[in-house]
Design a protein around this ligand. Structure first.
Ligand SMILES: CC(C)(COP(=O)(O)OP(=O)(O)OC[C@H]1O[C@@H](n2cnc3c(N)ncnc32)[C@H](O)[C@@H]1OP(=O)(O)O)[C@@H](O)C(=O)NCCC(=O)NCCS
Length: 273
């Protein structure tokens, strides 16, 4: 599975590319960002740290199908990298992230983490997601809490700032889906689901359709997500905010084929492909 571009209400998550290294080199090497990262991160950070890490470690792992990594960009400024998030095959280190200092504390990483967690369970179909967090890393632990994760083990880890206590946080696919359903139950207008179902039927013929949703941590709006039983792709993109006046439109998969539906806010639907 290649890494697709993901969108959230405020962010575009673009698959990592080698030429992102220049921007990352400017943004990443700050003590507040690296102190609770694994001690494999070199510190002081070398002038070619981002380039060599992406070229020699991250991009080869992505090419092997062991990792999925994105840079984060604001939808309002999509050329500018503001952070990164990644997923990987591993017993208990499946997700990692960092955000440039000017963007901390706005709920942005929670939004990105929700999107890639959906991708982990719905597209990659892993049964469980586990992440280690330094106990002292309050912001990161809080993201796990907000996502309904549980602490399953306490271990010692080596961080850039030295050895310290870490907790392994976990959520299963079942728990993630149940949480999503709980958060949205009763909040999606059944009429919109029916409209989506009818449109899907017209486009593709009868097809199984289940709806799910994710929450924007920023404003607690509901975002509709539709999974189809179509052959080429289990549709999992969250593309729109469900409000009166929204339009239901078809959406494209990574190859550019129409494969599903999205609800797009009225003002954005005009510019949508
Ligand atoms: C972890 C990190 C990505 C969080 O990004 P972010 O976009 O600021 O996170 P969010 O705003 O989505 O959520 C952070 C939560 O922690 C809370 N928080 C942040 N600092 C806190 C503190 N010192 N004490 C208590 N709560 C704190 C925020 O209030 C927020 O919770 P809320 O939504 O309930 O208010 C960012 O701090 C970072 O890049 N840290 C360095 C890299 C790192 O540690 N990565 C994780 C390794 S496991």
């Amino acid at each position: 599975m290649t890494t697709p571009t993901l969108e959230t209400p405020r962010l575009v998550l673009r698959p990592l590319q080698l030429d992102d290294a220049d921007q990352v080199q400017e943004l990443f090497p700050h003590w507040e960002i690296v102190r609770f990262l694994n001690s494999v991160v070199p510190w002081p950070y070398p002038a070619d740290g981002a380039l060599t890490f992406y070229r020699d470690v991250a991009l080869p792992a992505i090419a092997r199908g062991d990792e999925w990594v994105w840079t984060l960009r604001l939808r309002s400024d999509p050329d500018r990298v503001i952070g990164s998030i990644g997923l990987k095959r591993s017993a208990d280190e499946n997700r990692g992230f960092w955000l440039g200092l000017p963007w901390h504390g706005q709920g942005l990483m929670t939004e990105a983490a929700d999107a890639v967690t959906d991708f982990w369970f719905d597209t990659l179909k892993f049964p469980v997601l586990r992440v280690p967090k330094a106990v002292a890393n309050t912001a990161s632990c809080r993201i796990s809490e907000k996502q309904g994760m549980r602490v399953v083990a306490t271990v010692e880890r080596d961080y850039v700032s030295g050895r310290g206590e870490a907790q392994i946080w976990e959520v299963t696919a079942e728990e993630w889906r149940a949480r999503r359903a709980r958060l949205t139950s009763g909040r999606i207008d059944p009429q919109r689901i029916e409209e989506a179902r009818a449109l899907l039927g017209r486009l593709f013929g009868p097809t199984p359709l289940v709806h799910a949703a994710s929450l924007s941590a920023a404003d607690h709006d509901v975002y509709l997500k539709i999974e189809t039983g179509l052959r080429n792709w289990n549709f999992t993109e969250v593309t729109g905010q469900l409000q009166a006046g929204d339009e239901i439109v078809t959406s494209l998969d990574v190859q550019g084929l129409t494969d599903g539906l999205a609800v797009v806010p009225r003002d954005e639907s005009k510019t949508k492909d």
